[in-house]
Ligand binder design. Sequence first.
Ligand SMILES: [Ca+2]
Length: 540
Amino acid sequence: MIRVSGYFRMEIDQKYNAYLRSVSLFLAAMAYLSPSCAESLCSADESRPNIIFLLSDDQTIGAVGCYGNSGIITPHLDQLAAEGVRFTNHYNTTSICMASRASVMTGLYEYRHGCNFSHGDLERRFMDQAYPVLLRQAGYFTGSAGKIGFVLQKNDFEGLAPMFDMWGGGPGQTFYETAKNEAIAKYAEQYPHCSRAYGAWALDFLKEAKASGKPFCMNISFKAPHKPSTPDPIDLELYGRRTFTPPPNYGAENGSHLSLQSKTSRAATSFEDGDWKQDYDKRARNYYALITGVDAAVGMIREGLQREGLADNTVIIFTSDNGYNCGAHGFSDKVLPYEEGSKSPLIIYDPRLSKQHAGAVCDALTGNVDMAATICSFARVSTPEAIDGRDLRPLLLDPESQVRDALPLFNFWGIESAQSMAVMTQRWKYVYWYFGGNDLQPTEELFNLSNDRFEMANRASQLNYASDLALMRQLYDSEIESIRAKAVDDHGHRPYAILFSRIASWDQKAPLLKDLNTQENEEGGTPRLRRRKAEATERR
Ligand SMILES: [Ca+2]
């Protein structure tokens, strides 16, 4: 008989317990993830849960209490995270409303669905494979309300409504005044500001969905906290004269190490005379109060679920379509690949999971393209082949695991000199600023996010990071090859396989820009003219 000392006995016990834990986790995962469990372990209802997808507009990851912001008031989102799983590395692969929303719907990167300001509207063939359409075909009762953010080709917004069982969507940017939004105007007397009015719409949806006898998928796209800075007075009052400490990378003095190209962006030029510089506290109060209004609607929805007896079988996903720079590095706005502009909160709550998963934090690399695959997985519906997004459900059971090694970030929009592509791993962010005109030189940036979350040191030219740089360049080049192979036709994304290339010369690139700016499009204007119009619309 082998005698085991106390220390080693303890180690063996720990290993055995870890083994038992891994076995039980594996069995739980099989039951949770496998379609076959529907018949064996789960009731029919539990196998196809209801799904609520909540999307805010322009909310950066730091603008929620549970993400470490002690100045903002978000009790319901904090509670949702305490009961669910909170993701800390969630990126919008194109960080602007229109393209991001199309990526959420389809699970495709922008260069594959082609939809963005100045690139064109969403083709119907892509919407026909969007997750709400697939779920409805599979027997789900579906609904959508709020700022949809894109239209179908031929300027067809009305074509979206018949794709849902219940519709509360509005065109363009929609309005904070409830009464101005036709689809929710009936709630205006009780809820004059739209965020709570969308909560009221949701309560009516829950009743209709319950009456249908089907599982449901409800999508609410809040207007808040997008500009203009006009929160519900009920929420603004909560902040009183509260003041805030800007983040350590706040202001242009903390952006001098960043590329000159980034300084030509709307995000840079609008900072100087914008609210985030002129009156940080006032702007933050308004921004946070708008999010507090969304939080109140989340509370209304969760109360409604309890009242209708639906809470135990309804998955809730909360995220945003893009981040917001909030003055970081001297940028307002979004679009840029830096952390504040591209990252959003992501919280997923599945009430069917055991309590041991409540409050888990997951650092895996996730993206807006993952929403469609994840929602389809919850509903046990197959996704179209070869979408870019991944199913995040395995991360709910094992937050330490990963669903990908790398994720690209794109900006195909706005002034040409500030467009860029980046690639992320969990540790590194590599950004390539391709623009070499106007006396600018193409620029590489490499940030070590494991110890520099505020991106204050560009490591690209430091010799001791050469191997990391080489690896990130490889990942970047491989995404260029994907653009070359997979970019959708007729949306102006194909030239970016050369424009964003690290290898092609500026002489090869410059004529492509000229083409982009002079080519007539089907609507009779040049892309540049359309872009200016789109910028004007987006600024509202
Ligand atoms: Ca947005």
